[in-house]
Design a protein around this ligand. Structure first.
Ligand SMILES: Cc1cc2nc3c(=O)[nH]c(=O)nc-3n(C[C@H](O)[C@H](O)[C@H](O)COP(=O)(O)OP(=O)(O)OC[C@H]3O[C@@H](n4cnc5c(N)ncnc54)[C@H](O)[C@@H]3O)c2cc1C
Length: 386
């Protein structure tokens, strides 16, 4: 056998999974289609709200401490507004007794630190740039053929190749996919007023707008909005876009100045029928994609990586890592978190996408009611903290 495990996809989830297996005596290969973009001084438009649970996972592998603290935004408060002026929900790190509710981290920098770690992992072969062209599943092994002609035999193939997972398709695992008909528009801004480490979110009739605090007087925007509206916003000159974003965010941070060009990402939800099949496991977006309104997609993927690595590292010494009973243990352990998050993000998205009337009154009353109930608030926030 060439390898115990071949991981396909070295995005944040695949790379963190490979690192979590370090020192486990498993022979690993990691196949990635393209090396990550180089780190630059400008502010990356693509940022992630990393939960304290995910930060602890990254810390356990020595990744977190290698990130530049001056480039990480801390979220101490969250202010969530409904589409009626009075409806709001507030969370504070102080109230729940944690240092911060989330950390805002640039994608390129996190990816780069993860890759640096992979280079020092002796039992790992990083194969990049390379693509897979064929997958054959046998009783005792999986065989992956690469575009360059090489064939890799492994006990287990882990799909970490994102939403359009080639491995998931090649293994014949069905997935339910629904496009939201929305784009996630992202951009960074300098703001005239300090954000005081507060993340803001507005559920608006034209979508969900979030301001995430970056260090200094800067913020990162994610505006999930209908395709046509996103196209209109993208086509605006920088000054007009800044004015529109400031107005949509009720001038919470005063005048805005664009720091990085706006980018858009199509939004969809996806749920694979299974996370485990003989000789195959799915992690990250290959197994589930949720709406970014809760900023939890990659956190859910880090959860998969941590749990699957735990199951594999703790197995009895000579047990086959591709054994289906072992993989089912991983699948069962992740089911509740994935279902709960998919349900909440999808439910909220639909609730606020329904125009006017009784539904509008109920959803805004719901925000205020949740805000007034410390027990419910604490339950919600504990879950989001991971
Ligand atoms: C606008 C927006 C904002 C978001 N904000 C947040 C947030 O604040 N917090 C959060 O937790 N989540 C957030 N998410 C979700 C998050 O981006 C994803 O959940 C996360 O990036 C998934 O990581 P992944 O490693 O599973 O997949 P990917 O990032 O898609 O990585 C897959 C990797 O596999 C490689 N690959 C693909 N096919 C092949 C192949 N055939 N062979 C070899 N390699 C292959 C790709 O090159 C890539 O490197 C957001 C999403 C969007 C759209």
């Amino acid at each position: 056998m060439d390898f115990d495990i071949v991981i396909v996809g070295a995005g944040l989830v695949g790379a963190s999974f490979a690192m979590a297996l370090r020192g486990g005596g498993l022979k690993l290969a990691l196949v990635e289609a393209q090396a990550p973009a180089a780190v630059a001084d400008d502010w990356d438009s693509r940022v992630y709200a990393i939960s304290p649970g995910s930060a602890a996972f990254l810390q356990s592998m020595g990744v977190w401490k290698r990130l530049d603290r001056n480039r990480i935004g801390a979220v101490h408060e969250m202010h969530i507004h409904g589409d009626a002026a009075s409806a709001q929900l507030r969370f504070s790190a102080y109230e729940v007794g944690v240092a911060e509710l989330a950390a805002i981290v640039e994608s390129r920098r996190l990816q780069s630190v993860l890759w640096q770690g992979l280079e020092f992992q002796h039992e790992l072969e990083l194969i990049c740039p390379e693509r897979c062209t064929a997958l054959q599943l046998h009783e005792d092994a999986a065989e992956l053929t690469l575009a360059g002609g090489r064939t890799l035999r492994a006990r287990l193939v882990v799909a970490a190749d994102g939403m359009h997972s080639w491995v998931r398709e090649a293994a014949g695992i069905a997935a339910e996919v629904n496009a939201y008909g929305q784009m996630g528009l992202v951009a960074n801004f300098a703001c005239a007023q300090p954000h005081h480490n507060t993340a803001f979110q507005w559920f608006r009739s034209d979508g969900v707008l979030a301001y995430l605090p970056l260090p200094g007087q800067r913020m990162s925007m994610v505006w999930s909005t209908a395709d046509a509206h996103a196209a209109e916003l993208l086509a605006l000159p920088a000054e007009t876009l800044c004015a529109r974003v400031a107005e949509a965010g009720k001038d919470a941070l005063g005048e805005l100045d664009l720091l990085s060009p706006a980018l858009q990402f199509p939004l969809a939800r996806l749920r694979a029928g299974r996370l485990a099949a003989p000789r195959i496991a799915l992690i990250g977006d290959a197994g589930h994609v949720v709406h970014p309104l809760a900023g939890q997609g990659v956190n859910l993927g880090f959860g998969d990586a941590r749990v699957l690595a735990g199951v594999l590292m703790q197995r009895e010494q000579f047990r086959d890592p591709g054994e289906i009973r072992l993989l089912r243990r991983y699948e069962r352990a992740r089911a509740e978190d994935i279902l709960a998050l998919a349900w909440v993000t999808d439910g909220l998205q639909r609730l606020f996408a329904t125009p006017g009337g009784v539904v509008a009154k109920l959803r805004n009353a719901g925000l205020n009611l949740t805000n007034a109930l410390p027990v419910v608030k604490n339950l919600l926030i504990r879950r989001a903290l991971g």
